[in-house]
Design a protein around this ligand. Structure first.
Ligand SMILES: [Zn+2]
Ligand SMILES: [Zn+2]
Length: 354
């Protein structure tokens, strides 16, 4: 079969690799109908993930709308022909962490993630023609008829991550809240927060096109590349800072900005992915401001998937409005390039698998 394979920094190619097969009676094999590129794929794509991705070997992708083509003998929830999606991480449903809702930390799978290299189970990616889904009954999800393949893609990672990060924000009708980072997940967070009716919603990003999208949704845009965003947010909040920040950039400097724009007693809900081992942040500032910090970037997507499913089913959000490019799997290198550079207004990249 064909699969998107990492070849080195900013290089991916579509290669012929072995077809996945049933390896355990709890596996299913799915034909991929659609896949897509997540912001966290860019860490691997840019070569920022160290030894995690091995050139010529690591296949990529963790977002899936598929169809079951093979079923292990111990699988009861899926039959050949069923439409299927998966949360990005593979969980058993029965270990300590799964039962505690911390499904990304599953002890049985050792934090396995589709298409995320050797540090996370060395699993095949979903940017491929087929994918093996271990422990299918425990973590995969049948896609209801009411949900399209393109909508189902957002159940793997983006929407559960937004649901989870936003759920950590205490919010009343008088709250001011900021979303830092207006990529696909940040823009979903903007939509979810607006449904809860904050008095003020500020969106921050360096990309004017993404800020414009946030403004169209109803947020007040603040550029992080034009002037001091901390000063700009303080000006909008009587010098105090916002009550809560949802952070979706996932970089040390963005976390520093989050600390800078949060008022004393406020909350930072981090949905971003941080790879920096050491980033200087002022413990003194966080202490003096009594900040509440909850980092959810290593998202328990299985746990939040139910909410995400209902949000789409009830048309509370339609994440497919974020899709800017639909390209065949064979054009994956171009899809990655567009997403990486933001060229052509690139936001969500969908890969169509024939
Ligand atoms: Zn588990
Ligand atoms: Zn993701």
């Amino acid at each position: 079969m064909r699969a998107v394979v990492y070849q080195g920094a900013r290089q991916v190619s579509v290669e012929n690799v072995d077809d996945p097969t049933i390896e355990a009676p709890t596996d299913v094999v799915a034909r991929v109908r659609l896949s897509s590129i997540c912001g966290s794929d860019l860490y691997l794509y840019r070569g920022e993930a160290g030894d995690l991705a091995i050139p010529g070997r690591t296949s990529l992708g963790h977002e899936l709308a598929g169809e079951v083509v093979e079923v292990g003998s111990n699988v009861s929830r899926f039959r050949v022909g069923d439409r299927i999606t998966v949360p990005y991480s593979i969980s058993c449903g029965t270990c300590f962490f799964c039962r505690a809702g911390q499904t990304a930390h599953c002890e049985t799978t050792g934090k396995a993630i589709y298409g995320f290299g050797v540090g996370f189970g060395d699993m095949g990616g979903t940017q491929a023609e087929y994918v093996r889904i271990p422990l299918a009954d425990a973590h995969a999800e049948p896609v209801p008829e009411s949900i399209t393949d393109e909508q189902a893609l957002f159940l793997s990672c983006n929407l559960p991550a937004a649901v989870h990060a936003v759920s950590e924000v205490p919010l009343t009708g008088s709250s001011s809240v900021a979303v830092l980072g207006c990529g696909p997940t940040g823009l979903l967070a903007v939509q979810l927060l607006l449904r809860r009716g904050p008095a003020q919603l500020i969106a921050l990003d360096e990309d004017p096109a993404r800020l414009q999208q946030a403004e169209k949704l109803g947020a007040h845009p603040v550029s992080t590349s034009d002037g001091d965003p901390v000063e700009a947010v303080k000006e909008l909040t009587s010098g105090r800072g916002v009550d809560a920040v949802v952070e979706f950039v996932g970089r040390g400097p963005a976390f520093t900005t989050a600390v800078g724009i949060t008022r004393p007693g406020g909350t930072i809900s981090g949905g971003g992915v941080y790879l920096e081992q050491d980033h200087p942040v002022s413990l003194f500032t966080m202490y003096l401001n009594n900040l509440r910090i909850q980092l959810n970037g290593f998202s328990n997507a299985r746990t939040a998937l139910w909410d995400a499913l209902r949000l789409i089913e009830t048309s509370a959000v339609d994440p497919t409005a974020l899709v800017t490019h639909r390209l065949p799997l064979g054009d994956a290198a171009e899809a990655y390039r567009l997403f990486d550079t933001h060229d052509d207004g690139a936001l969500k990249q969908v890969l169509q698998v024939p």
